[in-house]
Design a binder for this molecule. Sequence first.
Ligand code: ADP
Ligand code: MG
Length: 252
Amino acid sequence: MPMVLAEKVSKNFGSNRVLRGISLKVDPGEVLCMVGPSGSGKSTFLRCINHLEVVDGGRLSVDGQLVGYRQKGDKLYELKLKEAAFQRQEIGMVFQRFNLFPHLTALENITLAPMRVKKISKAAATARAVELLERVGLADKGDAYPAHLSGGQQQRVAIARALAMDPKLMLFDEPTSALDPELVGEVLDVMKGLAKSGMTMIVVTHEMGFAREVADTLVFMDEGVVVEAGPPRQILSDPQHDRTKAFLSKVL
Ligand code: ADP
Ligand code: MG
């Protein structure tokens, strides 16, 4: 069963047709990288997967479960907030801005959701957080407040925080776009490690080197449609569509 299955997903904001029939599939353990010009609908697509937006048409499912809706016979009912929140627990998301809680230490940022939402004991949550900090290369930063961490370190804490909920899917929305260039590599390295460990990931990024090396599938989106999708080497070296060629000529 695919981890993510989008079938002709559409989303409008008023008369703005932002997603116009997105179909794609991500199998368990796969990494899909998504690129495309600003405004093409990449963030909206991730937000639909993560229950931050509700799709208007088509079907979107995660691990076989319809996102945001329950099906009864051939009728769809929107999920109640609580049901949606439960589905959402299994998806980790990392944003361009790190969104750490400024008044909590790195460790406290990571233990908060497992304790509050999953009712895990403080001791167990802390032990796991220590492990995760080590995994993202910040074993010595548990007691640091976000303001005392670099952007790259904050983003790595944000990744550890998402992982603390044991997600089966990780979504990254331009996770390195707000970073100084010299800090990009350390975050991409953590993401590479995560991909190697078998995590299923959708990554919106302009880092073509990362996409080439890590992605199983590269998707080029423009104006709410998937223009082209395939193995990154193929798309990058031999794009078929003029729009893909034009975009790649600007970012490569
Ligand atoms: P991308 O991430 O590819 O840059 P977005 O998904 O952020 O694109 O935006 C796609 C389009 O949807 C843009 O025209 C944007 O203005 C519009 N949009 C995104 N979010 C909203 C919203 N909450 N309300 C209205 N319009 C939105
Ligand atoms: Mg975006």
